[in-house]
Design a protein around this ligand. Structure first.
Ligand code: PRP
Ligand code: URA
Length: 209
């Protein structure tokens, strides 16, 4: 069974509630997604390996811990995943960024792929897939499968709001992929929107509808 991490930090919960509010403007929505992603990056990178390094402080020599330099790639699922990239990069500035373009067909609810560009050395990197919404799980499962088909083994998935149906789908399809989420909601409605959710993440982030 895949690991599932739900963030209960008060700052994150507060900001998620502001995101949900239909009166939150596009500008505020963008800023909140940025801030929440930054806070989540701190926990998502908790297992980054460390190594010892000899350094000299102004008063003594010592052996200190530094990051072992494991390489990371962020892969946002377009469009809405883009909103999470800068917040993550502010904590992991050396990460490379790939993009996977998928949209959910409103009739079939199946993901349709329209773009893919990944860093050349992505198979050597730890890959963090970003998408604010995990609803049916169709888009994220397809994006993860797409990466696995290219030989990528080390994958994490980070979202802001998930539905129980989406978690179940990812755990079924990709039990090896840990899922990090800021809020777990009640259910999906008849159009597979998350209830209570926040509406259409892409539209709220980019001011479209
Ligand atoms: C949204 C969201 C996810 C997907 C989640 O994208 O950003 O990618 O829906 O739904 P699922 O779990 O049922 O697949 P959307 O298809 O609206 O595209 P957009 O980001 O371009 O608006
Ligand atoms: N995609 C969204 O943007 N919101 C939902 O609630 C479900 C899918």
């Amino acid at each position: 069974m895949a690991q599932f991490f739900l963030f209960d930090h008060p700052l994150i919960q507060h900001k998620i509630s502001m995101l949900r509010d239909k009166n939150t403007s596009t500008k505020e929505f963008r800023e909140l997604v940025h801030e929440i992603s930054m806070l989540m990056a701190y926990e998502v990178t908790r297992d980054m390996p460390l190594t010892d390094k000899e350094i000299e402080t102004p008063v003594a020599k010592t052996t200190a811990k530094v990051l072992a330099g494991k390489k990371v790639a962020l892969v946002p699922i377009l469009r809405a995943g883009l909103g999470m990239v800068d917040g993550m990069l502010s904590i992991i500035p050396n990460a490379k960024v790939g993009h996977i373009g998928l949209y959910r067909d409103p009739n079939t609810l199946k993901p349709v792929e329209y773009y893919c560009k990944l860093p050349e050395d992505i198979v050597d990197r730890e890959v963090i897939v970003l998408d604010p919404m995990l609803a049916t799980g169709g888009s994220s499962s397809a994006a993860i499968q797409f990466l696995k088909d290219r030989g990528i083994k080390n994958i994490k998935f980070v979202c802001l709001i998930c539905a129980p149906e989406g978690i179940a789908r990812l755990q079924e399809d990709h039990p090896d992929v840990p899922v990090f989420c800021a809020a777990k909601d009640e259910r999906l409605n008849d159009h597979a929107y998350i209830i209570p959710g926040l509406g259409d993440a892409g539209d709220r982030l980019f001011g479209t509808n």
